[in-house]
Design a protein around this ligand. Structure first.
Ligand code: NAD
Length: 257
């Protein structure tokens, strides 16, 4: 499958799933635009590494996905945006009565509103070019809930809803808009939850992974960033041209329970 000649913009892609998706899209031939809110030499080096590994064009654009103007600027500075992957996301865990308002605002902005702004900025260009793919990295928490994740679950359900709306608005165009709903993937976002959970439950790392994190993941295995990248490449392929407005779960059976 070749995505040669297409350009993919991946929000939040200097780490974890976003970086994995960017690498798989580049292996499939797409030029890639990496992004995060930082502007470090190592961010730009990631793009250079992808370019030298795969031979595609790759660049890094700093833009803070908590800010509407930056989200829209990212699409402009990307130059082209045939494929848009909304992936940037953060997490905070607290009971609703204690949930810090600034964390609520940040999660809603980065995990949900950023996708609104980038899609709003990218869809007209896709229509003009007569081809487009939007893949929103939602979550199993876009379909189900867990306690203490009010902002995250609200944002991810919002992303799934918005995905359906944009799919309907672009249904007669050669554009598709879908969401991928991963279960647990071992990335820095998940790794960061392990020490606190070990303390909270007085458990070993191994027990936290199997009995807490993967409690609801029947496969008892983390999904990998390569699998998420592969699913994204599939959704960008011609085989997926009639798949729009839906979700694909990559969750080891979580949402089958
Ligand atoms: P991660 O922490 O490794 O990556 C998050 C990315 O978002 C990083 O590149 C980070 O720099 C970027 N980011 C954070 N704030 C940003 C901002 N203000 N502007 C621009 N970029 C910003 O986490 P991850 O696990 O790779 O998560 C990626 C996405 O996948 C998130 O939307 C997350 O909710 C979703 N997800 C992850 C899992 C999992 O188990 N890891 C499961 C389901 C869904």
């Amino acid at each position: 499958m070749s995505l040669s000649g297409k350009t993919a913009v991946i929000t939040g892609s200097n780490s974890g799933i976003g970086l994995g998706v960017a690498q798989e899209l580049a292996k499939a031939g797409a030029n890639v635009v990496l992004n995060s809110f930082t502007d470090r030499d190592e961010d730009h080096a990631l793009a250079a590494q992808i370019a030298s590994d795969t031979g595609v064009e790759a660049k890094y654009v700093q833009a803070d996905m908590s800010k509407a103007d930056d989200c829209r600027r990212l699409i402009v500075e990307a130059g082209d945006c045939d494929i848009l992957i909304n992936n940037a996301g953060i997490q905070h865990v607290a009971p609703v009565q204690d949930f810090p308002v600034e964390k609520w605002d940040a999660i809603i902005a980065i995990n949900m509103s950023s996708a609104f702004h980038t899609m709003a900025a990218a869809v007209s260009g896709m229509r003009e070019k007569g081809w487009g793919r939007v893949v929103n990295i939602a979550s199993a928490h876009g379909l189900t809930a867990s306690p203490y994740k009010s902002a995250y679950v609200a944002a991810k359900h919002g992303v799934v809803g918005m995905t359906k709306v944009v799919a309907l608005e672009t249904a007669e165009d050669p554009i598709t808009c879908n969401a991928i709903c991963p279960g647990y993937v071992l990335t820095p976002l998940v790794e960061a939850q392990i020490p606190d959970t070990m303390k909270e439950y007085n458990m070993s790392r191994e027990d936290v992974v199997r009995n807490v994190l993967l409690e609801r993941q029947p496969s008892k295995e983390f999904a990998t960033v390569e699998q998420l990248g592969g699913t994204t490449v599939f959704l960008c392929s011609d085989a997926a041209a009639q798949i729009t407005g839906t979700t694909i779960s990559v969750d080891g059976g979580w949402t089958a329970l």
